[in-house]
Design a protein around this ligand. Structure first.
Ligand code: ZN
Ligand code: ZN
Length: 267
């Protein structure tokens, strides 16, 4: 199974996953041109995708969804509430490209088994996805205000998890460009996961057997890759775990196409 965070961050998200002949994107939150270029970097023409899975209707996840669906004739998968919420934002989608998903209802998209699960976030009906290729699985856990027990049980034991490490709460509180309402939204239970909350979730995931952890959806203003990594590394160190040995800990950058992770069946 191949996984590549093409982009991850509050300014745009698109994740690529391939197993066998099936290729898909989770979210398409950059312009069509930027995503086409990013996909060329990993050697994947957009027209070879089997579909686009949408997590929720915020623009950093759907910006190019409509454009790509129409241009490359790609089906889009989203919950009915997400479809309603993004209807005015992605333009008209031909009926044969509209697919609905539901939290807790798994399905096959080609050779990839897809398990949507609910996440606590301030959107209509947001979901994360666990994607199965054989016995290997990759999960997305970004855009969530809290790493709840339900989210944990949905992703526990995944081979790789893209986990949100959105902000440093002190940087966020001190940011003069964010008003109080926005700060409260981000810090709330339906906002975004802080570096500290991420580190707590990461320890749980590691204890559940996950060995590949990618920190993602970093804020551009209220975090840095160095800080996000440091908080998680320190939490692991307190448990006697050194990243690079037993587990892989990396940060998906906001403005650079991520690297391709090749996950072997035995991992
Ligand atoms: Zn987002
Ligand atoms: Zn969001």
């Amino acid at each position: 199974m191949y996984f590549c965070p093409l982009y991850s961050g509050s300014s745009g998200n698109a994740l690529f996953c391939q197993y066998g002949e099936t290729r898909l994107l989770v979210d398409a939150g950059k312009t069509g041109a930027v995503l086409k270029e990013a996909m060329a970097r990993v050697g994947v023409p957009p027209e070879t995708l089997s579909g686009i899975l949408i997590t929720h209707e915020h623009s950093d996840h759907i910006q190019a969804a409509g454009v790509m669906a129409r241009k490359y004739h790609l089906p889009i998968y989203a919950t009915p509430e997400t479809w309603r919420a993004m209807a005015g934002k992605i333009g008209k989608i031909p009926g044969d490209l509209i697919r609905t998903v539901q939290s807790g209802k798994s399905f096959w998209l080609g050779e990839i088994g897809v398990e949507p699960f609910s996440i606590p976030h301030d959107a209509a009906d947001p979901v994360g996805y666990r994607l199965w290729g054989g016995a290997t699985s990759v999960s997305t856990a970004t855009d969530l205000g809290a790493f709840t027990e339900d989210v944990y049980s949905a992703v526990a034991g995944s081979t790789l998890v893209l986990l949100e490490s959105n902000h440093d709460p002190d940087l966020l509180r001190a940011n003069p460009r964010y008003n109080q309402a926005l700060k409260a939204r981000i810090l709330g239970d339906h906002g975004h996961l802080s570096n500290e909350a991420c580190a707590g979730a990461l320890l749980k995931l590691v204890s559940g057997g996950t060995k590949h952890l990618i920190l993602g959806h970093l804020s551009g203003e209220n975090n840095t890759p160095v800080l996000a990594r440091k908080v998680s590394e320190e939490a692991l160190a307190r448990e006697g775990i050194r990243p690079g040995e037993e587990i892989l800990l990396e940060v998906a950058l906001r403005d650079e196409v991520g690297k391709i992770y090749m996950l072997k069946e035995t991992e």
